[in-house]
Design a protein around this ligand. Structure first.
Ligand SMILES: [Zn+2]
Length: 368
């Protein structure tokens, strides 16, 4: 029943300090003309603004307070330490980001910029996932959802990409293994974009299984082919499910039931983590999921967590750029984590057609 389960939402306002602007100067200098050319080439009438902005998580937090989910509690996060970040990022990469603290810059043509407060926000985002992992292993909560930004799944060991600076979910998974002796961690990435960074980090690591549903290449970031199955000792623990842009609830649910469920049964994880991007929702124009789809997927994941991990489940926000639908997708997900029954998707419009048919059909009936 809704409220039966204790869910911790980690929300720390320090993540709001990351607020890049489209007109930032670029680093290194030669990228200036390149990025400006790309932005100009978009031919936008309106001024282009950085889509990954603080209003995203503010909208989610506001909805969760205006319409509370029974069983959900809130906590602030922590900053990840150098040692915790070094488990997945190179020292030189972390130091190069630290040197940019207090500055504004574009780091990469790949839509990645920083503002003065970005370094602290990124450390808090990664540290908050660690906080969530600690909470579920210490049984302070059955599961946890981290309302973090910047997102993380495009960042690899050495590079910031696609709005991502540190790979939050990877930092959390590495912490679960180093600090809690979790032998096997399953990372599920249901963001509409392929989690290339997470895949890179764990490609050769058989102790982390990475399962990713996403819109197929050439959609950004262009990776995630089915042939990418992991490397070396990690071959077989990377599972990619590239989908056409029209794919929605049914395809996603089938991918989870027919591919994820047997993979999890084979892998037997000690912890399940989710890169919970909400941009597969139809309003984001990447895939065509509905709220009920998120509800059902969460139900499947919760079932796996109960079966293999004593319920231990940690979700961390990735993408989702329409604040209103992002908030509702997150709330829908939390309802199921908190013990609510998953809602089955129905073909959109079917309920309405039934009602309208009843209304019109009386006009064509011979009964009177
Ligand atoms: Zn995404």
């Amino acid at each position: 029943m809704l409220g039966d389960r204790d869910v911790l939402v980690i929300y720390d306002e320090r993540v709001l300090a990351h607020r890049p602007q489209a007109e930032e100067p670029f680093l290194p200098g030669r990228m200036n003309s390149r990025v400006r050319g790309i932005l100009d080439g978009l031919g936008l009438e309106a001024k282009w603004s950085y889509p990954e902005h603080p209003g995203r998580v503010i909208a989610v937090n506001e909805m969760l307070h205006a319409q509370p989910v029974p069983g959900v509690r809130f906590a602030a996060g922590d900053k990840a330490t150098m040692e915790q970040l070094q488990r997945v990022h190179t020292t030189s990469y972390i130091e190069s980001l630290h040197e940019l603290a207090g500055k504004q810059a574009w780091l990469d043509v790949d839509t990645t910029a920083i503002s003065a407060g970005s370094m602290e926000a990124a450390e808090v985002a990664a540290g908050s996932v660690i906080h969530a992992v600690d909470a579920v292993f210490e049984r302070r909560a059955e599961s946890a959802f981290v309302l973090c930004r910047p997102p993380g799944h495009h960042a690899n060991a050495v590079r910031a990409r696609g709005f991502c600076l540190f790979n939050n979910i990877a930092v959390g998974a590495a912490h679960a293994q180093a600090h809690w002796d979790a032998d096997r961690v399953l990372i599920i990435d249901w963001d509409a974009h392929h989690g290339n960074g997470t895949q890179d980090i764990f490609a050769a690591d058989p102790s982390v299984m990475f399962f990713d549903t996403h819109r197929a290449a050439p959609f950004y970031p262009g990776t995630g082919h089915i042939s990418e199955v992991g490397e070396g000792l990690g071959e077989g623990t990377t599972v990619n499910v590239p989908l056409p842009g029209e794919a929605g609830d049914r395809a996603m649910i089938r991918a989870f039931e027919d591919i994820l469920v047997p993979a999890a049964e084979w892998f037997r994880p000690d912890l399940i983590m989710v890169s919970a991007g909400m941009d597969a929702h139809i309003t984001e124009l990447c895939l065509t999921m509905t709220y009920a789809g998120y509800s059902t997927l969460t139900g499947i994941i919760q079932r796996l967590a109960d079966e293999y991990c004593d319920g231990r489940l940690v979700m961390a926000l990735e993408g989702g750029y329409n604040p209103e639908t992002l908030a509702r997708c997150t709330r829908t997900t939390l309802e199921v984590m908190a013990g609510g029954p998953p809602v089955e998707p129905v073909e959109p419009g079917m309920a309405e057609v039934s009602e309208i048919a009843e209304f019109h059909n009386s006009a064509f009936s011979d009964a009177d």
